[in-house]
Design a protein around this ligand. Sequence first.
Ligand code: ISE
Length: 337
Amino acid sequence: MSADNLQVGIIGTGAIGGLHAHNLALRTNGANVAAVMDIDRERANAVAQACGARAVQDAAGLIADPEIDAILIASPDASHAELSLAAIAAGKPVLCEKPLATSLADAEHIVNAELAAGQCLVQVGFMRQVDPAHCDLQALLLSGQLGAPLRFRGTHFNPRRGDTIISIKDAIVNSLIHDMHSLRWLMGSEVQSAFVQWLPDRADMPHSARFALAHLTLDNGGLATLEWSGDSGYGYEVGVEIVGELGTAQTHSHSSPAIRRAGRLSQAVTPDWQDRFAEAYQIEVQDWVDSLRQGAPTGPSAWDGYMSLVIADACLRSVDSGLPEPTRAMDHPAFYA
Ligand code: ISE
């Protein structure tokens, strides 16, 4: 990798890929967007033009291109594993959007490939880990003021997006996966078992999801619930509440001050994730670029991506069985401290 700007290749230029491209090209020091690829050529061309990049048509070619130092994967979830494996095989660092893979087996392949390569190349896009509201809560926990954490309550409310019907499986693997990572990160514990309940979005589609509730037990004896909505009716909101031995704390996730006026108390809520996590996405790519220029990624690792899928996998089994299901994970490799 050159000591000059990091040359990044982006695969996938939809909502999140376009946002990353924009942040990397216009708001990040030490990096350029060198090339972008999308199966929608018009979309790729538009993003390339806005970022001063080349639009290319082949993901494998982009990964192999000797002028590209690092890869950002923002293509559809089902392609993440294959592309991450290709980046590892090419010895290139990769920021892969969540989920790392859509199956636990594929995530395990990625961990094993990274172990075989003997270097940390993969970072997973769990950007809440740099969101100021989440970081404030983590700092409070680390200060010891709450005592040992006993209970994690995650709320993740999405607005309805057009006429898309979300399956309970997609809600778990694409969306609740964020909350699974947050709980491991903030509680400092792995998950022992998972039990999922949900309300279908459409009565004639029992595996569609409007609202879901995952009950989790943790290795450290703690408890967690993750609440998810695919149609909040009011906007986008992500929150964490932690009950500790000595006190309770919540993230502040609203976007405006609380206003008391004309007999009302009101507060604006962000419409969707792009606004709520705008700052986190910028910090995430700047930190990624800085860490690579210093040698290796420091954000959520392939192991974090794998362990979040361990929880998702138990949740998916609970969806099928209707019962609490134990998590099943490979042994923790010493490589991932
Ligand atoms: C989306 O892909 C994201 O990553 C958002 O952060 C999440 O809140 C949303 O539910 C996902 O669909």
